[in-house]
Design a protein around this ligand. Structure first.
Ligand SMILES: [Zn+2]
Length: 523
């Protein structure tokens, strides 16, 4: 009886009593003197952060007799969770990315320690294989996967514009189920893009419903951010319906009001989201702080009916006099929506695209002696489908979305656009320090804790004992976005320390080139 009692008491005591930090329990890293923003949105506090192995041991008061292998004096700096980027193309193509891309310095030097894989509906189906082999090759940042509506539709229907049959929907559902079983955190879509754009709402609802038993997020580059097809408001309602009917959180990826017809209407979009929440739907968004979006020349200008079947079908249509005239008329209207030919900057492409990079469509058209849309069609038909920066947003709308507490920070990082290298320093500089539109604690939360909670990234995004040691130390005044539209591949500067799972990926301002990232799997 006594023995049993004392055993019970001992095991209870082990659970209930605080674990003392014994002097010989040497920490790997001790950060002192910094202002701690813990990622919850709470006000900052002075304090210490202790790291052992891949976890945080304490955050706040410094326990007595603390011994550490490495001590970081963070006076004059802030300490935050590593940022989590919920919309980026940094890891698109995993596991077949080279070492440089897997190392992901473009993200790390901004303080991003975790990136999504699978923006715009292009996420993997073979989630286990992709994550296992990427991790075996080595990753600079953590990553978590969304499976992709676009991926499954292309596998089952190719580039077809036909509605999916019941059998095809069943086949797509089976792929989504497999991906969710293998650890995806949700389903992404890019209904703006062909061939995903050919799927009617009902089809998307039916396919995405395969994720319902698992829960998670329906994340979307929605069908229309402008006045292209169904319009921004109807599109926002469609996105919410697809997520909410399936019991998923809806995330509106890179929320914006795209183009002259929609400028000034951010509050109306936010009102639609608020009304959905009042009905019981969970609706959030992410946003990047740039007035230029990044997309493809054909995605920006080409009518979707003309793209059905792929480039070869487009060539045949463009060779037909009547259809060519229709294509050009639709392109003129799309160009007007975006703000005209001087607002499209050609920024990325293969070797054939080199002569055009850094020029506006207006400049390319003038040099060719053609109207802008004919010059653009000519490029696309020649297979030079370039990446473009499309200056189609206004500051007032960007700030309105940014102030909304349900809007997270993302980069939408993509080749050729400086946002791949510079988004987080830019947002801190322009919208926290210079203006300020939001507070630093709100900035940090929108880039860490809020993202982790939305996607269910366990023990990430917050500085607290027991969480994974994804930690940043930096002086916000020293942080710089170096990349520009003309030099988009310049690493950000000013990030002093970046820890990924307790390992220093940036040490005293310099990249260490470690590959400490992990592939995260939803349980
Ligand atoms: Zn997108």
């Amino acid at each position: 009886m006594t023995v049993l009692f004392s055993r019970v008491w001992l095991s209870l005591a082990a659970v209930l009593l605080p674990q003392p930090l014994i002097a010989q329990d040497t920490l790997d890293v001790l950060i002192t003197g910094g202002r701690i923003y813990d990622g919850t949105g709470a006000l900052p506090r002075e304090g210490a952060v202790g790291i052992r192995g891949d976890r945080l041991v304490f955050v706040g008061a410094l326990p007595p007799n603390t011994v550490a292998r490495r001590r970081i004096d963070a006076r004059g700096q802030i300490v935050t969770p590593g940022f989590i980027d919920p919309h980026t193309h940094a890891y698109e193509g995993l596991p077949r990315l080279g070492l440089e891309r897997r190392r992901n310095l473009s993200s790390l030097m901004q303080g991003i320690t975790t990136v999504v894989l699978g923006a715009d509906g292009r996420g993997p189906v073979d989630v286990k294989t992709v994550l296992d082999s990427s991790e075996a090759l080595g990753l600079g940042t953590n990553t978590y996967a969304l499976t992709g509506f676009g991926t499954v539709r292309s596998r089952v229907l190719g580039n077809s514009s036909a509605p999916a049959t019941a059998a095809q929907i069943a086949a797509m559902r089976a792929l989504i189920t497999k991906a969710m079983q293998e650890g995806a955190y949700g389903v992404g879509s890019g209904l703006f893009y062909a061939p995903q754009s050919y799927a009617a709402t009902e089809e998307v609802v039916a396919v995405v419903s395969a994720a319902a038993p698992f829960g998670g997020v329906y994340d979307t580059h929605q069908r229309d951010e402008s006045s292209y097809s169904i319009g921004l408001f109807a599109s926002t309602r469609e996105a919410i319906r697809i997520g909410c009917e399936n019991g998923l959180t809806t995330n509106i990826g890179h929320i914006k009001t795209l183009g002259v017809d929609m400028w000034g209407k951010a509050d109306s979009v936010l009102a639609i989201m608020r009304a959905a929440r009042a009905r019981g739907c969970t609706v959030v968004a992410d946003q990047y702080p740039w007035t230029a979006s990044g997309t493809g020349l054909s995605a920006a200008l080409m009518p979707r009916w003309a793209q059905a079947g792929g480039r070869d079908s487009l060539r045949l249509r463009a060779a037909d006099v009547t259809q060519r005239a229709r294509i050009l008329a639709d392109m003129r209207e799309n160009l007007r929506r975006r703000g005209g030919d001087s607002t499209l900057l050609l920024i990325d492409g293969d070797a054939n695209a080199a002569p055009y990079i850094g020029k506006t469509l207006a400049q390319v058209a003038a040099a060719a002696g053609m109207p802008a849309v004919e010059a653009a069609l000519d490029l696309v038909l020649r297979g030079i489908d370039m990446g473009v920066a499309s200056f189609n947003m206004i500051e007032a709308d960007i700030e309105a979305f940014m102030r909304d507490p349900h809007v997270m920070t993302s980069s939408d990082g993509s080749d050729g656009h400086p946002r791949l290298f510079a988004t987080y320093p830019r947002k801190i500089r322009r919208y926290v320090l210079d203006k300020p539109v939001i507070s630093m604690e709100r900035m940090v939360a929108s880039a860490s804790g809020q993202v982790a909670r939305t996607y269910g990234l366990t023990d990430r995004g917050e500085l607290r004992a027991g969480a994974f040691a994804d930690v940043l130390v930096f002086d916000p005044q020293q942080l710089r976005e170096e990349a520009t539209y003309t030099e988009p591949r310049k690493l950000a500067s000013g990030m002093r320390w970046v820890f990924v799972n307790g390992v220093a990926a940036v040490a005293d301002g310099a990249a260490t080139n470690t590959l400490a990232g992990r592939a995260l799997r939803r349980r």
